[in-house]
Write a protein that binds this ligand. Structure first.
Ligand code: MG
Length: 375
C-alpha cells in the first residue's frame, strides 16, 4: 500500500521531497522502500506520533526550509492519481489550501446524540474529505502552531487552516482514491488494483488427469455415483477417477501439489477411501490458501458405462464436496472410438479443469497493522 502511494508521488513529476511518516516499528521496512528512490527526489523516513496530527507535525519539521507548497497524503489511500496531485497543488498555489473531496451521494443524517435523527443535511452542500491536501507551507505551519496553542485536534489538515478563517478550496476527488480502513476494504482495494493493472487478477486455473484400469471384484464409482457394472476400477482408494482428476485440478490451481502428496496411496488410512471425502478435504486446504471454486469442467473418457444418465448425480456430489452450487460443475462423457486401451474398455480416464478465484478477506480475519480510522 505504501509503495503504490509512494510510486504515484515519485512519478507525477511535481514532487521534490517525500517524507514518509510511519510507526516506529515500521521505520526499517519504510527505509527499504527508499532503496529505489529516483535521484532527483529527496526521500526520508520519520517516526510518527501518537495521533495523526502529531505525525503530520513530525513530518512538517523535516520539510526543507524555503519549500513553497506541501502535500499531505494518507498512505491508507494507495490509489493516488497524478492528475489529482496536480489539481490539489494548483489549487493550493491559487488559494493557499486545497483538498481532494467527493460530493456526498448518500443522504446525510445529523444525529449528534446517537440513533435518533435530528435532521437531514442538504447533501448538495456536503463534501467528503480525502487526501491529498495541499497547502502553502508557511500557512500549514501557522495552522499547526495555532492548533497546538489552542489544543485543537482535527481529523484532517484542512480543518486546522479553516479555523484560522483562511480560504480552503475543494478539488474534485477520485472515488477510486479509496481509504483502506477496515479489513473488508481490502476486497475492494484488490479489485481496484486489478482494474488498474497493479495486481494480477485473482483467478487461477488448474488441470487434473487420472486413469484407473478395470479389474474384477471392484465396485465402479465415478463422481461418487455407484454404477451397475460387471467390474470396477482398480486402485488403492475407491478408484474414483472423476473425483481424483477434480482433486488434482483444484489443488493444481492453488499450487498445492497433487492428490498423492496429500493422500499417499502408501498410507493404509486411504485404503478403499471415499474419494469424495478426499476431494472435500483437499478443497478445505485450497480454501485455507484463500481460494474458492468458480467452476470445474470434466471429460470422462470410456466406452462403458454411459455417463450422461448419471451426470446430474455426479455433478451434485462434486458440487457438495467442493462447497459450491451444481451449476458450477460440468460432467461430459466421451468415448475413445474403440481405439487404444480406453477404446478396448481396459480403463477409464478423466480430465478436469478448475478455475479458482481469490477469496475476499472477511472482517473476521486479523488485518496486520490495521490502519486506525480517524474518528
Ligand atoms: Mg486416481
Amino acid at each position: 500500500m505504501l509503495w503504490w502511494g509512494l510510486h504515484a508521488l515519485r512519478t507525477c513529476g511535481l514532487v521534490q521531497e517525500i517524507i514518509l511518516i510511519v510507526h516506529p516499528e515500521d521505520v526499517d521496512r519504510a527505509r527499504s522502500l527508499l532503496a529505489d528512490a529516483p535521484p532527483e527526489i529527496t526521500e526520508k523516513v520519520v517516526c510518527g506520533g501518537a495521533a495523526r496530527q502529531d505525525s503530520v507535525r513530525a513530518g512538517l519539521e523535516e520539510v526543507t526550509a524555503g519549500t513553497h507548497l506541501v502535500l499531505v497524503h494518507d498512505a491508507a489511500r494507495p490509489y493516488l492519481r497524478a492528475d489529482l496531485i496536480a489539481a490539489c497543488l494548483q489549487a493550493a498555489r491559487r488559494t493557499g489550501a486545497a483538498l481532494a473531496a467527493l460530493p456526498a451521494t448518500d443522504t446525510v443524517k445529523w444525529a449528534p446524540q446517537g440513533p435518533l435523527v435530528q435532521r437531514t443535511l442538504d447533501r448538495a452542500q456536503v463534501w467528503l474529505a480525502q487526501t491529498p491536501q495541499a497547502f502553502r507551507f508557511s500557512l500549514l505551519c501557522e495552522a499547526y502552531q495555532a492548533a497546538a496553542r489552542d489544543g485543537f485536534v482535527g481529523t484532517d489538515d484542512a480543518s486546522l487552516v479553516e479555523r484560522l478563517a483562511r480560504p480552503v478550496e475543494l478539488v474534485p476527488g477520485d472515488p477510486q482514491n479509496l481509504k483502506i480502513t477496515q479489513p473488508e476494504d481490502l476486497a475492494l482495494a484488490e479489485l481496484i488494483a486489478q482494474v488498474r493493472g497493479l495486481a494480477p487478477p485473482g483467478l487461477r486455473s488448474g488441470l487434473g488427469y487420472d486413469l484407473h484400469p478395470f479389474g474384477p471384484g471392484r465396485p465402479l464409482i465415478l463422481g461418487g455415483v455407484h454404477f451397475e457394472a460387471a467390474q470396477g476400477l482398480v486402485g488403492h482408494s475407491d478408484a474414483d477417477v472423476v473425483a481424483h482428476a477434480v482433486t488434482d485440478a483444484v489443488l493444481g490451481a492453488a499450487a498445492l501439489g497433487d492428490i498423492g502428496r496429500h493422500f499417499p496411496d502408501t498410507d493404509p488410512a486411504y485404503r478403499g477411501a471415499d474419494s469424495l471425502q478426499l476431494l472435500a478435504q483437499a478443497m478445505g486446504k485450497v480454501r485455507q490458501g484463500g481460494w474458492e471454486v468458480v467452476n470445474v469442467d470434466t471429460v470422462v473418457i470410456c466406452e462403458q458405462p454411459k455417463i450422461a444418465p448419471q451426470a446430474d448425480r455426479m455433478r451434485d456430489n462434486l458440487a457438495q464436496a467442493l462447497g459450491v452450487g451444481a451449476d458450477r460443475i460440468s460432467i461430459k462423457g466421451k468415448t475413445a472410438e474403440g481405439l487404444g486401451f480406453l477404446g478396448r474398455g481396459e480403463a477409464i480416464a478423466c480430465q478436469a479443469v478448475a478455475l479458482l478465484h481469490r477469496l475476499a478477506p472477511t472482517s473476521s480475519e486479523e488485518a496486520p497493522h490495521a490502519h486506525q480510522p480517524d474518528r
